[in-house]
Design a protein around this ligand. Structure first.
Ligand code: ADP
Ligand code: ADP
Length: 225
């Protein structure tokens, strides 16, 4: 796990100031939740950290490396989106192993890594299925396994549970928490759901209109609204 240092990060879309001087230090192994209403700049901030969106000004460090202008694939980051985009004609095992296949990892090593990642999200026994034969929660777990298989230093998640029904969401929250405790990967998790923030976060960063409004543990944040 590595730290994430965000220093005075700004984003302009033309004249529109979408992210206003965000500064945030995320500790190694911390699970930080970015919370706020739709349009407040959460996804923009996350995409900038992932390198999917340019940084208008400011600095971004992963560990002690300045990655402000580094391409996404060299950032040691994995990202999970709300629509988890699995390959429908590939099996669960093939979906999970895909990043390693792209990296030309030998088959035997890949099989072992797929088994380990699948076990971590309790997908053992489903490796030969196709995504269409899985529940929503199981599909989301395939997406998580695919993200963790390369053992990234940093994990970014953008509303990963928002397409699931309430019951599945509850189960997945518990699983994410369990997984976080096991793996201890530094995580930034975007949501507009207070319950998710409350149950998952070590610290919550509350955003409004492109600005960081409050930062603290769930207890601190909710006792000083
Ligand atoms: P959130 O994730 O909190 O819902 P976003 O980061 O998606 O918010 O968006 C923050 C603000 O930036 C919104 O007002 C949105 O309309 C605007 N925005 C996001 N992406 C773009 C873009 N590519 N071009 C122009 N404006 C954008
Ligand atoms: P979110 O679920 O994070 O609110 P949106 O539905 O607002 O996402 O945005 C989806 C996509 O549209 C993103 O890629 C974002 O960059 C882009 N987008 C959002 N707002 C605008 C905007 N005002 N102008 C151009 N693109 C935008």
């Amino acid at each position: 796990a590595k730290t994430i240092s965000i220093r005075e990060m700004n984003k302009y879309y033309g004249n529109f100031h979408a992210l206003k001087g965000l500064s945030l230090e995320v500790e190694a192994g911390e699970f930080l939740v970015l919370l706020g209403p739709s349009g407040c700049g959460k996804s923009t901030a996350l995409r900038m950290i992932a390198g999917l969106e340019s940084i208008s000004s400011g600095e971004l460090l992963i560990g002690d490396q300045d990655v402000t202008e580094v391409l996404p694939k060299y950032r040691d980051i994995a990202m999970v989106f709300q629509s988890y985009a699995l390959y429908p004609h590939k099996t669960v095992a093939e979906n999970i192993g895909f990043p390693l296949k792209m990296a030309k990892v030998p088959q035997a090593e890949m099989d072992e890594a797929v088994r380990a990642a699948a076990a971590q999200v309790e997908l053992d026994g489903l490796l030969d299925r196709l995504p269409g034969q899985l529940s929503g929660g199981q599909r989301q777990r395939v997406a998580l396994a695919r993200a963790i298989i390369r053992r990234p230093a940093v994990f970014l998640m953008d509303e990963p549970l928002s397409n699931l029904d309430a019951k599945l969401r509850g189960n997945m929250r518990a699983e994410l928490k369990h997984m976080q405790n096991e793996l201890g990967i530094t995580t930034i998790y975007v949501t507009h759901d207070q319950i998710e923030a409350m149950t998952l976060a070590h610290r919550v960063a509350i955003m409004k209109d492109g600005e960081l409004q409050q930062l603290g543990t769930p207890k601190e944040v909710y006792s000083n609204p």
